[in-house]
Write a protein that binds this ligand. Structure first.
Ligand SMILES: *Cc1c(COP(=O)(O)O)cnc(C)c1O
Length: 229
């Protein structure tokens, strides 16, 4: 199988997994968006996924995203999401690239994004990243600090606050995984936020059963990631 054929096949497999999980949960498959997590994948691999119908792609590093956006500028329906940590000195690049930001995790970053987006005259889609398993050193805002961050983001007219994103602590214990997803869903419900970006290659079924509206899938679409470089 050629690389584009392999991506077409794995995209169909992932879509089938999403549909099966939706059926179990009594949900419409259209209620779950698929974000292709394309870090370290080549522009050609992204192009192949796009040709197979995939439109939303998530990258972890601003510089890598900028290079790929330039190489793939002809793919007019491609939408980028930043799903990795964002430093304030990269905020202007992110706004220029017009990508959604799923890693909003501090008031300082919120202010920088709001200012840059306002100056550019755009409304930037953002998701607050929550450190849902409350792990030390892990990216994301602590659940206790989330309401204040959401209030700040909502008060900025240049930000379009969409929902929450989280990467729970990896676990073999299904009950523990579900509990983390459920906590995120409860936080979003309390704050009246419609979108939940949760679930990856290994746990997307559980995430969908617990209410994910977007799953971020890398390995199951593209195969093992090439060594970073
Ligand atoms: C890499 C990555 C993913 C995808 O992980 P897979 O296990 O390869 O599906 C999802 N979310 C984030 C934030 C990532 O960095």
């Amino acid at each position: 199988m050629s690389a584009p054929q392999a991506i077409t096949a794995s995209l169909a497999e992932v879509r089938a997994r999403i549909a099966a999980a939706c059926a179990r949960a009594g949900r419409e498959p259209a209620s779950v968006q698929l974000l292709a997590a394309s870090k370290f994948q080549s522009p050609e691999a992204i192009r192949a996924a796009y040709a197979a119908g995939q439109r939303q792609f998530g990258e972890n590093y601003v510089q890598e995203l900028a290079q790929k956006a330039a190489a793939l500028a002809d793919l007019t329906e491609l939408r980028w999401h930043l799903i990795g940590r964002l430093q304030t000195n990269k905020v202007k690049d992110v706004v220029r690239l017009g990508c959604a930001v799923q890693s909003l995790d501090s008031l300082r970053l919120c202010e920088a994004l709001a200012q840059r987006a306002a100056a550019a005259g755009v409304r930037l889609p953002v998701y607050a990243q929550v450190n849902i398993s409350e792990e030390p050193q892990k990216a994301g805002v602590a659940p206790a600090e989330l309401p204040q961050l959401i209030a700040a983001a909502r008060s900025a007219s240049s930000l379009d606050v969409r929902g929450l994103m989280a990467i729970p602590r990896p676990s073999e214990d299904e009950a523990e995984q579900r509990a983390a997803f459920r906590r995120l869903r409860a936080l979003a419900a309390e704050l009246g936020l419609p979108e939940l970006s949760m679930g990856m290659s290994d746990d997307l079924e559980l995430a969908i059963e617990e209410g994910a509206t977007m799953v971020r899938v890398g390995t199951a679409l593209f195969g093992a990631r090439p060594p970073q470089g």
